[in-house]
Design a protein around this ligand. Structure first.
Ligand code: GLU
Length: 491
């Protein structure tokens, strides 16, 4: 078999969204699995809607995800002459013709069909114009489009989609579609095929919304005398209301960049996206790259649309809970050193990072990351829920304050006393902290949990977290004492 060549051809009219990213990932995995090549092609023929910003955003998003391509980025706009030449060839070989019908004429026919409750399809009046008639109209300067001459044969054109199986369409249902506009601009459908032929694409793996184009594109391949690629269409991604996920209706929640800002680990997002429409027979959910390359196969792609279960209303689960859980899995399982590097930009963004962390506080920083990650779901959590570890200026969780501090008025007296005990120690260790807390609670005739939970609120601003004895030792005398004495700020 010849070399596998796949492509990812985004139109740069907006940000990279999760649907596009998933298609890119599937192509990338497929290429890797088969020792093939992934071609990145920017389909920027629509000059009005394409932007440089979008191109950069797409490249940036793919790079962040770790999706690598072997060729490109190529730009569709650089091949405009080839698209025109292809249309010319189709005219010359009799596979296309010039159509001089005016907009008004076509509109009238469309309305007549609608009035008769029939389906409108271009009736092909210009299909059989003689060369002399065409020459005459051109000499008169009449504008024309170029239409593909769909074979007038009985039967159907079909192909075996690798996901949807046999797909067929009657020739009679395919109108003579326009391939070049009256302003001489070739249409996207043609450009896409011409580029795929030039780039020697062997497998077209794309969204299910491309399925409707495929029969017409196959006609173009045949007319251009090119071998057909294999087609595989991926199911759509729907929201909980079963509406198609799109940039227009869902906004930033579907942008790859959004996941980056919310603290996703790139590989966790890749892992999640792969599962949106593909699964293994044993329903595994966590894969390393080599495992994914090994396991990925078009036969595992589902035909039913995938549901992207995002919830705008819950700030904790701002996106699909499965995505969050996969992210949390990697966050907790990955090497601390590596995680620390990913967390750093989030601390920097909040002004919580200074060079000290890079040098003398390095081991304290790594230990902190290791201690607090167990409850965290995103990289951002380190700078928000974990803020007290990196700054004395941190917010107090309302529930922690109400439940663990304000409920016990005695704490106003007790915590400064507890602070004195810690201050008297040469150094706080886990065991010393435990001894001090237990003795103190006994003297005050109160359950140890009461001063300990209050201390957690005052030291970390949170209601939950790692073992408090470890935290006393980790924060050290100075911070522990100051923060315990801070209780007077709240009571
Ligand atoms: N440029 C098209 C898009 O972004 C690609 C369609 C295709 O893969 O053929 O939807």
């Amino acid at each position: 078999m010849s070399e596998v060549r796949v492509r990812f051809p985004p139109s740069p009219t907006g940000y990279l969204h999760i649907g596009g990213a998933r298609t890119a990932i599937y192509n990338w995995l497929f290429a890797k699995k088969h020792g093939g090549k992934l071609v990145l092609r920017i389909e920027d023929t629509d000059a009005e809607r394409s932007t440089q910003e979008s191109i950069e955003g797409i490249l940036d998003g793919l790079t962040w995800l770790g999706v690598t391509w072997d060729e490109g980025p190529y730009f569709q706009s650089e091949h405009a002459a080839e698209h025109v030449a292809a249309a010319q060839r189709l005219l010359e070989s009799g596979h296309a013709y010039k159509c001089f019908c005016t907009k008004e004429e076509l509109e009238a026919k469309r309305e007549a069909a609608a009035a008769a409750k029939g389906d409108y399809q271009y009736d092909g009046v210009c299909r059989d114009l003689s060369p002399a008639q065409v020459a005459e109209k051109e000499a008169d300067g009449l504008p024309f489009v170029i239409r593909f001459k769909t074979p007038r044969t009985e039967g159907k054109i079909g192909f075996d989609d690798q996901v949807y199986g046999r797909v067929e369409r009657a020739y009679a249902d395919i109108e003579d579609f326009v391939i070049v506009r009256s302003n001489s601009m070739p249409l996207y459908l043609l450009c896409n095929v011409v580029d795929d032929i030039r780039d020697r694409i062997t497998h077209i793996i794309r969204g299910q919304d491309g399925l409707a184009n495929t029969p017409r594109q196959i006609l173009l391949y045949q007319a251009l005398g090119a071998p057909l690629p294999v087609f595989a269409h991926m199911p759509l991604t729907l929201d909980l209301q079963k509406a198609k996920i799109s940039k227009r209706s869902h906004g930033e929640i579907v942008a790859v960049q959004y996941y980056r800002e919310q603290g996703f680990i790139p590989w966790a997002l890749v892992n999640f996206l792969v599962l949106l429409g593909w699964s293994t027979s044993d329903d595994r959910e966590i894969f390393s790259l080599p495992e994914l390359i090994e396991a990925f196969d078009l036969s595992g792609v589902t035909r039913s649309n995938s549901i992207f279960n995002y919830r705008k209303d819950d700030p904790k689960f701002f996106t699909d809970p499965k995505a969050i859980n996969i992210n949390a899995h990697y966050l907790r399982a990955m090497a601390v050193e590596e995680l620390a590097g990913l967390v750093q930009p989030f601390l920097e963004r909040e002004g919580l990072w200074d060079d000290a962390y890079a040098a003398e506080k390095r081991s304290w920083y790594l230990k902190t990351i290791e201690m607090i990650r167990e409850r965290f779901h995103t990289l951002k959590d380190f700078a928000t829920i974990g803020r007290a570890y990196f700054s004395d200026d941190f917010p107090m969780d309302e529930q922690a304050l109400a439940k663990n501090v304000l409920k016990h008025p005695e704490l106003k007296e007790w915590l400064p006393k507890l602070a004195d005990r810690f201050e008297a120690l040469p150094e706080i260790t886990h065991d010393e902290a435990e001894r001090v807390c237990r003795e103190f609670a006994e003297e005050m005739q109160v359950k140890p949990g009461i001063p300990i939970n209050a201390a957690r609120a005052l030291i970390t601003g949170q209601i939950k977290g790692p073992s408090m004895f470890e935290l006393f030792a980790h924060f050290g005398k100075e911070k522990v004492v100051a923060r315990l004495r801070n209780v007077t700020q709240y009571m």
